[in-house]
Design a protein around this ligand. Structure first.
Ligand SMILES: [Zn+2]
Length: 424
């Protein structure tokens, strides 16, 4: 089972060697590939998902041909495993982790996020000593869970300066044939609380994708000043925005509304702006939730949620109903914030399905979107929309009969292909 595959080296026994199946032009052919083809209905209810076996050809990192199966073809045997879009972890911190090092539980929290900032000022120099190595180990963990892409936040603050970013960029460069990423320059210690401004400005010119942030009111003591700076930096460098917002209450809501206003004033930021966590949405009454969800949807501001449970249930279905882009990610795997990350976003999709009662064949199949950043093989009517010729060959093979089973059973990941390269 996947749960015991802690390190990719343990998977080498069943790894597929692609070399002998690649022709001179770098073509990879897979046979006995299971793809979803439609829904089976009884009266109005989807009762099962139809699949069939296919022959899939990949060339130059793209899907170049999808043909009826030929069991006798000279090709890699996908053994009837279900092919799905490779998974995407849309919120993780690859740059600061204990993964690959010795076990350490989380310490008792003192002084909220500011207490954690003080702790980080002590421990970041130690973490940075081998953070490239640990990021690579963590990428291998994600790959073993079917993930081929991550949006990683990376600390930009006065202790790490730009070193955490540089170390992560080294790791991503080493892994670039097997793993894709986008980077959020993350002022974990505040934009102004600890003066990260010069480092953020420098980071914005270093091949990053998003300007990050954290709790503008409770850390920096100012919503407008911090958001204005973030928005301007993003606009100046054509970047997106992804802000951690843990704070609830009036300041949390004000931050959400102010950011929505700024995005509406600067439509270039539509579709490129996200709030991570955004716990305040879980604390609003139903009417207010609907109102804010509609505003987020109209401004195309997305929400990235780790799908918390316990006292806080995020209104993710309400957000989705209003067309808000909702993503998930592991956030922490094992670090000084949290040690419960498994690395699996399929498990997050399972948690989503359980929390929000998505238990029928149809709703389970829709829940897969949490693992794939919203890409689904079948549309809501059961029409096949993935894969298509020309799609990136970012694929995962699972030991499952359909998406619904994969989500419900957290089915084992058998193989991962990134841009046509067999990762394992
Ligand atoms: Zn985070």
């Amino acid at each position: 089972m996947a749960g015991i595959s802690l390190t990719p080296t343990m998977m080498s026994a069943n790894a597929v060697s692609e070399d002998k199946f690649l022709s001179e032009n770098g073509k990879l052919i897979l046979k006995n590939v299971r793809l979803e083809t439609g829904f089976e209905y009884e009266e109005d209810e989807v009762v099962s998902t139809k699949t069939d076996l296919f022959l899939v050809e990949i060339e130059n990192g793209k899907i170049s041909k999808i043909a009826p199966n030929n069991p006798k073809a000279k090709a890699v045997d996908a053994k009837g495993f279900l092919m799905l879009p490779a998974f995407r972890d849309m919120h993780i911190h690859l740059d600061k982790t204990f993964y690959g090092d010795k076990w350490q539980a989380v310490r008792k929290r003192k002084g909220g996020v500011k207490g954690m900032i003080a702790l980080e000022e002590q421990i970041m120099p130690e973490i940075l000593k081998n953070s490239t190595f640990k990021a690579e180990k963590m990428i291998e963990l994600l790959q073993s869970k079917g993930t081929a892409f991550a949006r990683s936040h990376v600390n930009i603050e006065t202790t790490s300066k730009l070193d955490s970013l540089k170390n992560l960029q080294k790791a991503l460069d080493h892994k670039k044939k097997s793993f894709g990423a986008e980077i959020v320059a993350f002022p974990q210690h505040g934009v102004f609380y600890k003066n990260s401004v010069p480092y953020l400005k420098e980071a914005a010119q270093m091949n990053i994708d998003f300007i990050g942030g954290v709790d503008p009111f409770s850390i920096d003591g100012a919503i407008e000043k911090t958001i204005d700076f973030t928005v301007q930096l993003a606009l100046d460098h054509q970047k997106g925005i992804d802000i951690h917002l843990h704070e609830t209450g009036e300041s949390g809501l004000k931050t959400v509304e102010y950011l929505i206003d700024k995005v509406n004033e600067n439509p270039l930021l539509k579709g490129k702006t996200f709030l991570s966590h955004c716990f305040v949405l879980g604390k609003l009454d139903k009417t207010k939730q609907e109102e804010i969800a509609e505003k987020l949807g109209n401004a195309q501001v997305g929400i990235v949620s780790t799908i918390p449970f316990g006292n806080l249930i995020m209104p993710l279905p309400t957000l989705q109903k209003h067309g808000v882009t909702v993503y998930t990610g592991n956030d922490s795997i094992v670090d000084h914030w949290n040690t419960f990350g498994t690395g699996s976003v399929l498990e997050k999709a399972n948690l989503y399905a359980q929390l929000y009662g998505q238990s029928t064949e149809f709703l389970l199949s829709r829940s897969l979107r949490m693992a794939t950043a919203n890409l689904l093989p079948l549309d809501d009517k059961g029409i096949q929309q993935w894969p298509k010729i020309g799609d990136d060959a970012d694929l995962v093979l699972l030991n499952a009969s359909c998406s619904a089973e994969a989500v419900s059973r957290i089915s084992n990941v058998e193989s991962l292909i990134y841009k046509g390269n067999v990762v394992f």
